[in-house]
Write a protein that binds this ligand. Structure first.
Ligand code: NAP
Length: 279
């Protein structure tokens, strides 16, 4: 399986399973177990998804050696800088997952108050130094959030997980992250289903037909060809398999060019500059 090497040398699988909106309980447990059976070795969760316990249980029950699986989680609340509450959330995620260390901890959303991001980051750095997380990073950070964070960070964020799909290709952000040696992860690769609508679907269908592949597989292969981590979510076994096999597809330069023409700078998830998720 393809991996990317983060700035601290940790290897991150280029492909994984997203678990946003996978229901807590048996649904998450079965989905993660099925994914691991198919060959997934990277699971993305978050405190907000309320399914960390079931992700952890599936990982433990799979009997796959812990070091073969890469797990990401995220915390979001900043409690106006109340350090004990922020730490309680991070400890809560570690306890719910209950898999020893966790590979990657992300700040789920930025605060518009830069000093708050800096404070949370300093707490992340402590956990990282203690070895509780093998890597730390951010999510939904715009360039201005990152530029400010980099002014005070002792440990540079290793990842930025952001919305990215054919309708929002994030070219400038990708270039910025590559220049700073920060790994980009794409979330929402199917743009909440918008990629399956006309006129985008016509172009994608045509490309998929060249390879006897599916549209989902084309999108996964497109992201991987740009050195982005792809974490599509599905609760269906056939789609988990379909998405997993998308890793094997190599698209021609001509088809990659056609895909680049689909960019509409269309955001379908929340705008990182205009929400209050950290409160
Ligand atoms: P997504 O992966 O684009 O999935 C959207 C929907 O597409 C799913 O509900 C799934 O439905 C369906 N789907 C999956 N595979 C398919 C296929 N092969 N063909 C047709 N439809 C398919 O969106 P997402 O879950 O929002 O994003 C992926 C992951 O990124 C999340 O699960 C989460 O881990 C992460 N994420 C992070 C943030 C953040 O703020 N950092 C925000 C959003 C998401 P079924 O389950 O019914 O198959």
């Amino acid at each position: 399986m393809k991996t990317y090497t983060l700035s601290n040398g940790v290897k991150m699988p280029a492909f994984g399973l997203g678990t946003f909106k996978v229901e807590a309980g048996e649904s998450t447990y079965e989905t993660v177990l099925n994914a691991l059976k198919i060959g997934y070795r990277h699971i993305d969760t978050a405190m907000m998804y309320q399914n960390e316990e079931d992700v952890g249980r599936a990982i433990r029950d799979s009997k796959i050696p812990r070091e073969e699986i890469f797990v990401t989680t995220k915390v979001v609340k900043q409690y106006q800088g109340d350090v004990s509450k922020i730490k309680a959330d991070i400890d809560g995620s570690l306890n719910r997952l209950n898999i020893g260390y966790v590979d990657l901890l992300l700040m789920h959303w930025p605060n518009q108050k830069y000093e708050m991001n800096a404070l949370v980051w300093s707490i992340f750095e402590d956990y990282y130094q203690q070895g509780k997380f093998r890597a730390i990073g951010v999510s939904n950070f715009q360039k201005h959030h990152l530029n400010e964070l980099l002014k005070t960070a002792k440990v540079k964020p290793m990842v930025n997980q952001i919305e990215c799909h054919p309708l929002l290709q994030q070219n400038a952000m990708l270039e910025y992250l590559k220049a700073h040696n920060i790994q980009m992860t794409s979330y929402g690769p199917f743009a909440k289903g918008k990629v399956f609508e006309s006129p985008t679907i016509d172009v994608l269908n045509e490309i998929a037909s060249h390879y006897n592949a599916t549209v989902a597989q084309v999108i996964i292969a497109w992201g991987l060809s740009r050195d982005i981590v792809m974490i599509p979510k599905s609760v269906h076994y056939e789609r988990l398999e379909e998405n997993f096999n998308g890793q094997r597809l190599a698209l021609s330069a001509k088809d990659l060019e056609k895909l680049s023409q689909l960019n509409r700078a269309l955001r379908v998830y929340s705008d990182p500059d205009n929400n209050n998720f950290t409160e």
